[in-house]
Design a protein around this ligand. Structure first.
Ligand code: ATP
Ligand code: MG
Ligand code: FE
Length: 341
């Protein structure tokens, strides 16, 4: 089967054509950085409008790239949440309209499931269950991926996500957006041991995350004027890496026999993060799987692939499926508060 994937949950508009045997026939993406740059972050109303303008032309371009028509597609998979409600509505309504017009099934995809299954698009040997570190702009979670639609959350962040910490640090260092890649580039010129920064929650029994205190410490380091921005960037990145490794190591102790250690989401594009997790996996005699960089940050191929996995499992959705701005992958997971963790 061939699946058309649509993504519009944040500030990337994307369309892709993916086959169930892992061939990405086409993938198109339009970022919105220039539109949001004057505001220093993503403005939801601007994002929604930009998605409206970009999505259909991207679908047409993707079909063109693959030399196909909509009639040759077997199903349409659209992100239905979580994310900014305006953007999610644009992608989901577009998916519904195309599905209805072409008489194709609709698959409503959880954006986090897109990230969670993306490593299986890149690596056909990756089997369930695996331990997933999902690190993105809005999420920082450790999940047992037990099957399609079957996720158990072991841990989450009690405040900021790791990508958010990169973005806020970029702002403090005057680097602008997109923050992650800019901090990573500057960190290459600095000393990761130069600035003493905290490793929040490191060593605690439950593998939860916290990055708010780290951000405040970065702010104080910048204000003190004692260190170069490169040293601050390198030390910040090292602190994040240490936290991710410490927490993931803890999760490996409590996880139920994972077959691999897997990382996904935008922060998985970071070379230092990938290197440290690779070493952790080796130390535990586990294979390490990380998607190629383009598949880590938001894209529609991962939505098309999640659609292909759901389609194979017979999971198709009603055209009445609602947009879900909040949509946990593990509905049984409790809210975790700072106090008591
Ligand atoms: P979510 O998936 O949680 O809804 P999102 O879709 O905005 O959030 P992604 O596109 O998956 O997030 O990831 C974007 C995040 O990844 C940003 O916070 C960005 O700074 C971070 N990021 C991207 N590349 C890198 C990198 N090389 N190093 C560190 N962080 C990075
Ligand atoms: Mg983005
Ligand atoms: Fe994302």
């Amino acid at each position: 089967p061939i699946i058309l994937g649509l993504e519009s949950s944040c500030d990337e508009t994307a369309a892709a054509l993916v086959t169930s045997d892992r061939v990405v026939l086409a993938h198109r993406l339009a970022g919105q950085e220039a539109a949001h740059r004057p505001y220093g972050g993503v403005v939801p109303e601007i994002a929604a409008r930009a998605h409206v303008e970009a999505l259909i032309p991207l679908v047409e371009a993707a079909l063109d790239d693959a030399g196909m028509t909509l009639a040759q597609v077997d199903a349409i998979a659209a992100t239905a949440g979580p994310g900014l409600i305006g953007g999610v509505m644009v992608g989901l309504v577009t998916g519904k309209a195309l599905a209805h017009a072409a008489g194709k099934p609709l698959i409503a995809v959880n954006h986090l499931e897109g990230h969670a299954l993306s490593p299986r698009l890149a690596d056909m040997t990756l089997d369930f269950p695996y331990l997933l570190l999902l690190v993105s702009g809005g999420h920082c979670q450790l999940l047992e991926v037990r099957g399609v639609g079957d996720y158990r959350r072991l841990a989450t962040t009690i405040d900021d996500a790791a990508g958010e910490a990169f973005d806020k640090t970029a702002k403090l260092l005057g680097l602008g957006i997109p923050g992650g890649p800019k901090v990573e580039a500057l960190a290459r010129e600095g000393d990761p041991r130069a600035v003493p920064l905290p490793r929040p929650l490191a060593g605690t029994a439950e593998p939860h995350f916290s990055f708010a205190g780290l951000k405040s410490a970065v702010m104080r380091a910048v204000e003190s004027g004692r260190w170069s921005h490169a040293d601050i960037a390198a030390s910040f990145q090292q602190a994040v890496v240490d936290c991710l490794v410490d927490r993931t190591a803890r999760a490996l102790d409590v996880a139920d026999r994972p077959t691999a250690l897997v990382v996904a989401g935008g922060v998985a594009a970071n070379g230092a993060v990938r290197g440290a997790l690779q070493a952790l996996a080796s130390a535990h005699d586990l294979p390490f799987v990380a998607p190629p960089l383009w598949l880590c940050t938001d894209n529609a191929a991962m939505i098309g692939w999640a659609g292909a996995e759901r389609f194979a499992a017979g999971l198709i959705d009603d055209l009445a499926f609602p947009a879900r701005p909040r949509w946990p992958l593990d509905p049984s997971a409790q809210t975790v508060r700072g106090a008591g963790v």
